[in-house]
Design a protein around this ligand. Structure first.
Ligand SMILES: CC(C)=CCC/C(C)=C/CC/C(C)=C/COP(=O)(O)O
Length: 294
């Protein structure tokens, strides 16, 4: 039987406050004890379900959904135990510590990203630095890295060099694939203050989580530090490049801080995958022989 519509206190529409108290029972079944159930649903969520439809209706009438109302009248020891709320409503009523922490982190993230987005437009406070930031953006873009690696591969005349470059190519392709996959899954929009004027993008690049530039910066810099013999100042420069590239993503307004932070983490882990699956003439002879025939 369809449940009657109710006013904000949980009473069926068309009944007065006094008439509701005279008919005990489930509010979903037209009784006037709606407030009793609303209160009990907060205290007990593990009692057996009598009628899931009723439980859902009570949940939608609960104080969480009617903020500001928390009536306590009508509860008595002889009343039947209330049915449990659906899982999602219970989470609403008892927000977990993790939920609060995540929401706070998100709020801080948005606030900080907006504050740091000082080059988001020409008229922004650091708008004059924007061209420099966009140059940095190209230095971490996938296309120059992929083309550069292919070019070096074609020029390489040593097996050792070819092996390293082949793995760098594999790392870059894996990065493009994983970032696209995650962006498509998470679908977090870029910050509202971002101008979508990036150099060559894929369709998933309308999304911002994680930052592809940050993953590439972390991946490539870890790769270089592990496979190139460089003097200390150059090693420092590589790390600085990665860090500034990540920061520039937020300053340009392209990303929120968490997109970049996670991007760094993802890129770092991606290198571990590449290292674990390291391609060599021993485990992937076909690749190397094929390349040699080019
Ligand atoms: C092999 C293949 C499909 C390469 C595509 C390379 C390409 C167009 C990468 C996109 C690079 C890009 C614009 C990433 C976005 O970086 P965010 O830091 O803005 O996420």
């Amino acid at each position: 039987m369809p449940s009657p519509r109710r006013n904000v206190e949980g009473r069926p529409l068309g009944t007065s406050a006094s008439s509701s108290s005279s008919s005990p029972g489930s509010p979903a079944h037209g009784g006037g004890g709606g407030s009793r159930f609303e209160f009990q649903s907060l205290l007990s969520s593990r009692a057996p379900v009598a009628d899931p439809t009723c439980a859902r209706l009570r949940a939608s009438e609960s104080p969480v959904h009617r903020r500001g109302s928390f009536p306590l009248t009508g509860a008595g020891p002889s009343q039947a135990p209330p049915p449990p709320l659906p899982e999602e409503d219970r989470m609403d009523l008892n927000p977990s510590f993790l939920g609060i922490a995540l929401r706070s982190l998100l709020a801080i993230d948005l606030w900080l990203s907006k504050k740091l987005g000082v080059c988001a437009g020409e008229s922004s406070s650091w708008g004059s630095v924007r061209p420099l930031m966009k140059l940095l953006e190209i230095s971490g873009h996938g296309i120059p890295w992929l083309l550069g690696t292919l070019y070096c591969l074609s020029r390489s005349d040593s097996w050792a060099g070819r092996e390293v470059l082949m793995n760098l190519l594999f790392a870059l392709l894996l990065d493009v694939l994983l970032v696209a996959l995650l962006k498509g899954l998470v679908r977090r929009r870029r910050p509202a203050h971002n101008q979508m004027d990036m150099f060559v993008t894929l369709s998933v690049d309308k999304y911002s989580f994680p930052s592809g530039h940050a993953t590439r910066a972390a991946l490539v810099s870890r790769f270089i530090l592990n496979h190139l013999v460089l003097a200390i100042p150059l090693r420092v420069l590589v790390v600085l490049w990665a860090f500034i590239l990540g920061l520039s993503r937020v300053m340009l307004g392209r990303h929120n801080v968490t997109d970049v932070a996670f991007g760094f983490f993802q890129g770092y882990m991606q290198y571990s995958i590449v290292d674990y699956c390291w391609l060599s003439p021993h485990n992937a002879p076909v690749l190397f022989v094929l390349w040699n025939q080019q």
